[in-house]
Structure formats: structure tokens, C-alpha cells
Design a binder for this molecule. Sequence first.
Ligand SMILES: [Zn+2]
Length: 392
Amino acid sequence: MSRNAGASEAPQPPTDESSERTPMSGPNTNYDPVEVAALDPAQIDAAVEQALAAAAAAGSLEELKAVRTAHQGEKSALALANREIAALPPSAKAEAGKRVGQARGRVAQAFAARQGELEVERDERILVEERVDVTVPALRRRPGARHPIELTAQRLVDAFVGMGWEVAEGPELESEWLNFDALNLGPDHPARQMQDTFFLDPVDSGLVLRTQTSPVQIRTMLDQEPPIYVVAPGKVFRTDDLDATHTPVFHQIECLAIDKGLTMAHLRGALDAFVRIMFGEETRTRVRANYFPFTEPSMETDFLCFACHGAETWGTAEQCRTCGGSGWIELGGSGMVNRKVLRTCGIDPDIYSGFAFGLGIERALMLRHGVQGMHDMVEGDLRFSQQFGMGA
Ligand SMILES: [Zn+2]
């Protein structure tokens, strides 16, 4: 603080409100010996000591600012003394001016020095308090991923919906009649035996955890008038233990078409479309005779191996691991809907015909992505789902 306001101003005697002030440049005629007591050397030294002590005692920049006004402000003892110099006789001005000037200089220096120290302390404190350790690993939340079984089912459903088919769904807890009888699985059929099916207590409740998605087809035929084109994805249950190729809960997708004049040729066309969506444009299907109670005639469908493209490598050094060397991969069962089943559902088999086919989604996923074991699919490890991303 080098400000020296009022140094050239003479202290003014008290005047009443309306009186004129003495011009600043005029001679000092109102010298009052009482007021110059502030110029006493001992008092000046004392004021300096107090100021230095106050500066040293200030523990923060805020405290320093608070005490600074009292020791350097316009109403401080030293500022008052400085103003009184003007009132001294000329012979005394020089010495008093020097003494007061040096005193004010020491105080200003002390405050400036203390301010410097406190600023350094503050900066160091900020560096510690606001320190950011850029080497700490970031807290990163892994994005979720839809399960590949769900993705695969959706991919197939989307393709059939794109061809005008509708999605049909049904309950997982199903009546025995819909799960077996209506599908031409009589009471003596092996699939009804206890080792395959989860029956609900009591056993004669007539309820099971559905063993296939086919009861959805029965429900659809009972509810709707033909033409019917539905795709039915869903969870099914069997009393299998979990191992590399079996799981007690798995997924099927079934397609059912009921219309006038549908033939095996339409079935073949739908199967070809199905496998092309799943395994690429290059593939095609072949069918072999089989037996399923729900369909007549029934077929087992194979499709051309997408890995070796049908090369017959069985027994050679290059035997294809995907198809085992035959060049073909088994897809699942299919056939024309049994006339008996149509009649059960109130559909006249002399007017309408239909076809149905289905497959296990887990098996399709294993084939398409080379998933080695069923455990990966059911254990819920996010790392398994994430490698398929959102677009598998
Ligand atoms: Zn192959």
C-alpha cells in the first residue's frame, strides 16, 4: 500500500454544516498540538510492531485481509500519522515524514511477504486437495447384451414376420391334452412317460410343463379360421440333466401353415427360406422319411453344411468337423399336418391342408456360432452374451 491519500491535506477543524472549508493550498492556520500525538516515535514503533504481529498471526489469506485494514487502512494509526505530517511546522516535516514513511514501508512489506507465504500455502493445499490420480482405473459399467438365444429367436421370427407370418405364443404351463393328446400323442406314447416330462403335483392334475411348442399350434388352430401362418418361439421343458448337449430348459421355434392347397412343395420352399436366413444363401435342404405323430407324411430335414458346402469328407484327413463329413446337417422334424390333428382342431382336412416344422434354437446357435457346450448358454455369464453383441 503506497497510497498516501490525504498527505497534502491539512486536518480541518470542526465546522458547522454550512461553513466554507479552508482551501487545500492555503496556509495551515489551525494547528492543533493534540492531534499530532500520533506522530510520537514510540507510538509509531508500537503501531509497526502491532501490524507485524498481526500479519504474522494471520493463518489464512482471509484472516490477513481482515486485519490488513486495521493496520494499513485509511483509519489506521500510521495513516493518521501520515496525514498529520502536513500540519507540522516545515522544520519538523522531513524527519516525521521519513519516520512515518519507513514505518509504513515496513508494514506494507510485512503484509506483502505474509500474503506471498499464504498464497504459496494455499496453492500447495489446492494441489493436494484437488489432486486427480489419472492412473486409477476408471469405474466402467459394462453394457448389457441380449442373450444369443433371444437374438437367434428374434432373427428367425423377424424373417418370417417379414414374409407375412404372425407370431403365436402360449403358456409354458400347459394341459396334458394340448401338449400330447391333441397332437396325436396317445396315452401310451413314450414321450408321455415320467422320465421325459415334468408333471405338476398332483400327477392327475392334467398339467405339465410343456415339452414342445406344438401346443401353441393347437391353440392357434382352435382359435383361428384358416388361412393360418404362424411362427411360435418359446421355452420348453424336459427332465434331462444339464450336460454338454442337454438342458432341462431349452427353446424351440415352430412354424405352422394351414391353407387351401398346401403341399410338400410349399413345405420345402419354407424350409429352404428358413435355412437361408439362418445359415446363408448358399445352403439348401434335403428331406428323409421319418415318423412323427403330429404329421403325416413326416420328414427329417437336413441342410447343406455351411462349413464344407456339402463336400463328402467322411473318413478323409480333412473330415469336416461341423457335419462329421457327410456334407449335411440335421435341422429337425417337419411334415404335413396329420389329418387327425386338423379334425381335432375343427378344421376340415378335405378342404384345408397344412405343414409344420421346427427346430431347437440352442442347436441352431451351436451350429451357427460354434458354441461348444450347453453350459455356456444357461449359466448367464455376461461375457458369453457380449461376444455376440447386439447384431448376432
Ligand atoms: Zn461339413
